[in-house]
Write a protein that binds this ligand. Structure first.
Ligand SMILES: Cc1cc2nc3c(=O)[nH]c(=O)nc-3n(C[C@H](O)[C@H](O)[C@H](O)COP(=O)(O)O)c2cc1C
Length: 415
């Protein structure tokens, strides 16, 4: 009976345990979680989503306060085009988060940063260039491009001294997305070092339509991409993600030629995960009916989350002066439009409820959007119930080792 530990993820001469903990935005995949994955010989992701907030929380910096103060004059204005990120400060915050994580790294594994293109930050190209360059400057082992097609992202860092030595990968949900990416980047003569293939059962945003995500199947997409790469004689490690819940699930992909697996939901109930303890208990307690895929993210992508997420139906004033990570480059965000519509429809109301969109920056900042993978309802089977009725929070090491060594579809309970 094979187990994950019988396989290795290879980058040149480097050999890793083929387990990648996925990026979970706004510090759900904390440095502590990524550091554990790296210490245990795998790959851990941090995320650079809302990095100024993350730096403030981790290092008592004041990026958010300073930005809010600078743009205070604009709070009541629905035109947010003037609310821009200071690129120097953005680089500083990224440097703090990435640099101090890398300085703490122990063991043989690697640490990558998840970079979402949909964080357009009111100046998409300039901010993405700064985010990636600063992460490379700060010594990150690799960058995983996500939440977008990233057609121009490699070009933004092509002149960085680490462009060819750092590991660079992309998340796709279809062969077509990968083909477009490869075509657009052909002139740079720099292939991705790995491709994460994310299927419809993943947490976070989905790369499928709201009406058709359930018709797609991760195994079929991975097989299609593998055949294409073989036909093109391209040797790029494939890393499936989304719904890989046990070590045996992982082995089934590794047996079919996957280089590693990317997993996330199992780690949401670990001590190292950034979610507050109360929210971890919500994840543990959830049943299948408590989970939905909806369109409340202003990015336009479907997102899976617990129906009890406080973000759903909230109607706070857009918080772009403090955050503004989803402003599209012309100062627009779908939440601002939805919020203004509700305010206009309810003149004089103290508070409105916005059902179709949420202020995702604020919600993620406050851990009020409880995004999760499809199988979050099985988390209760991965732990023990304590006398007070709550579930025992796990260690990242326990979950990592369970993926690495378990067989027969079994899940090890904490000792
Ligand atoms: C709480 C949570 C937050 C996530 N946030 C992000 C994110 O910010 N960026 C991203 O590319 N993927 C994100 N994902 C997707 C994961 O990185 C991963 O690819 C996927 O969830 C794997 O499937 P699994 O959760 O079923 O193991 C998130 C997943 C979860 C559960």
């Amino acid at each position: 009976m094979k187990r994950v530990d019988d396989y290795r993820l290879r980058f040149g001469k480097k050999e890793l345990v083929p387990i990648v903990t996925g990026g979970m935005g706004v510090d759900i995949s904390t440095a502590a979680l990524a550091l554990e994955a790296a210490r245990l010989g795998g790959v851990g992701h941090i995320s650079d989503a809302m990095v100024q907030t993350v730096s403030d929380r981790r290092f008592q910096t004041h990026f958010v306060k300073e930005k809010s103060k600078l743009y205070k004059f604009n709070v009541a204005n629905s035109d947010k085009s003037s609310v821009l990120f200071d690129l120097g400060r953005l680089a500083e915050a990224t440097h703090n988060h990435v640099g101090r994580t890398m300085a703490a790294k122990r063991g043989d594994g690697l640490i990558f940063v998840n970079c979402m293109e949909k964080l357009t930050m009111n100046a998409p190209r300039e901010t993405l260039r700064v985010r990636m360059s600063a992460a490379l400057d700060a010594g990150i082992d690799g960058i995983t491009l996500s939440a977008g097609l990233h057609l121009g992202s490699f070009a933004l860092i092509a002149d960085h001294p680490r462009f060819r030595d750092a590991k660079l990968g992309i998340i796709v949900s279809s062969l077509r997305a990968l083909q477009i990416f490869l075509r657009k980047n052909a002139r740079l003569a720099r292939l991705p070092d790995y491709v994460v293939v994310e299927g419809p059962l993943a947490g976070g945003h989905l790369g499928f339509g709201i009406d058709d995500w359930m018709k797609h199947d991760l195994r079929a997409i991975v097989a299609e991409i593998r055949q294409y790469l073989a036909a093109e004689k391209l040797d790029i490690p494939l890393i499936p993600a989304g719904g890989i819940f046990t070590g045996s699930d992982a082995v089934s992909y590794l047996e079919e030629g996957a280089a590693a697996v990317q997993v996330a939901t199992r780690f949401t109930v670990t001590h190292e995960c950034g979610l507050p303890d109360k929210v971890k208990q919500e994840y543990f307690r959830s049943s299948e009916e408590d989970i939905e895929v909806n369109m409340i993210s202003p990015t336009g992508y479907p997102m899976r989350m617990l129906k009890g997420s406080p973000a759903i139906g909230d109607g706070i004033r857009p918080n772009c002066e403090a955050y503004g990570y989803l402003l599209d480059g012309a100062g627009n965000c779908a939440y601002i439009t939805a919020y203004n519509r509700e305010v206009a429809a309810h003149p004089g109301a103290k508070k409105v409820s916005v059902k179709d969109k949420t202020c995702l920056c604020t919600a993620m900042r406050n851990f009020d959007c409880w995004t999760c993978g499809h199988y979050a309802y099985r988390l209760k089977d991965t732990s023990r119930r304590l006398p007070d009725g709550s579930y025992e929070v796990l260690s990242a090491e326990h979950v990592f080792r369970d993926y690495q060594f378990s067989t027969d579809g079994k899940i090890a309970l904490p000792a």
